[in-house]
Design a protein around this ligand. Structure first.
Ligand code: 13P
Length: 285
């Protein structure tokens, strides 16, 4: 069942867990996530980046996302990840996404507020939820790149002002995680999560969560993280499984035989995350 981002995160907030937000790039990934969510009765967020939409086509992404939400007996939100382009964000709303992210984090605070407010006004007028980012999260997520030198942690007082002025439904924060593969072990500023959570009224979002030790993720949830983004770990499972299969069966040319095991393996990766986030068994009717 398709629900809004606000609804799914309000439930997580009320029950003290985090919803897994998994990036989608093709049909197999979407099915893998839906199967994991249904098997574990976990609410889940399917999120597409502008890059994924460019690759698959917005009509395909929206149709697949809505179909899987209809067919799967758990709450599912269809979300735009890192929307940096005004037209792209509006297009997602028009195509039936139930949640969008406006990422204007590269601009100074006032401009971030102004750009975010524009999207909130439009999205809320048609019942779509809005996530925005304050601070600068490191690494590369498709078209968004932030170098180590540009990383800026979220300031709790600025977060309070940002949330009050924009009217957003959830806030992505920079606390030491980064998109992509980590070189060393990430150091997450858990105290900062608690400080931001105390300063704002909306659920908090952790990006760059692949490769973060599970204890750290559990501690982040205990301090107020309610949405955890995972892309890289699913990609890695996909690449590893397809690579191993084609190495073992170099004569195989049937895409179903090559991609099928990857779909199963990705589902297992998603299940592992869901259990760490505490969202298993939290689906409601
Ligand atoms: P990872 O690259 O760590 O999976 O993060 C994904 C993400 O935050 C998407 O917005």
């Amino acid at each position: 069942m398709l629900v809004t981002g606000k609804e799914i995160l309000a439930h997580a907030d009320e029950h003290g867990y985090a919803v897994g937000a998994f990036n989608i790039n093709n049909m197999e990934i979407i099915q893998a996530i839906a199967k994991a969510a249904e098997d574990l009765q976990a609410p889940v967020i399917l999120q597409a980046s502008q890059g994924a939409i460019k690759y698959a086509g917005i009509d395909y992404v929206a149709a697949l996302g809505k179909l899987v939400a209809e067919r799967t007996a758990v709450p599912i939100a269809l979300h735009l990840d890192h929307g940096t382009d005004f037209e792209e964000i509006i297009k997602c709303i028009r195509y039936g996404f139930s949640s969008v992210m406006i990422d204007a984090s590269k601009y100074p605070l006032e401009e971030n507020i102004a750009r975010t407010k524009d999207i909130v006004r439009i999205a809320h007028s048609v019942g779509v939820s809005v996530e925005a980012e304050l601070g600068k999260i490191g690494g590369t997520e498709d078209q968004v790149h932030v170098s180590d030198a540009e990383v800026t942690y979220t300031d709790p007082e600025e977060a309070r002002i940002f949330v009050e002025e924009t009217g957003i439904d959830s806030l992505a924060i920079a606390v030491g995680t980064a998109h992509g593969i980590y070189k060393g072990e990430p150091k997450v500023d858990l105290d900062r999560i608690a400080e931001i959570d105390a300063a704002v009224s909306v659920p908090l979002v952790l990006h760059g969560s692949s490769g973060v030790p599970y204890d750290t993720l559990r501690n982040a949830v205990a301090r107020g993280i309610r949405k955890i983004n995972i892309d890289t770990d699913i990609r890695a499972t996909f690449a590893r499984t397809v690579g191993a299969f084609t190495k073992e069966h170099p004569e195989e040319i049937d895409p179903r035989k090559i991609l099928g095991p990857a779909r199963e393996a990705m589902s297992e990766t998603v299940k592992e995350k869901i259990q760490v986030f505490g969202s298993n068994g939290k689906a409601w009717k």
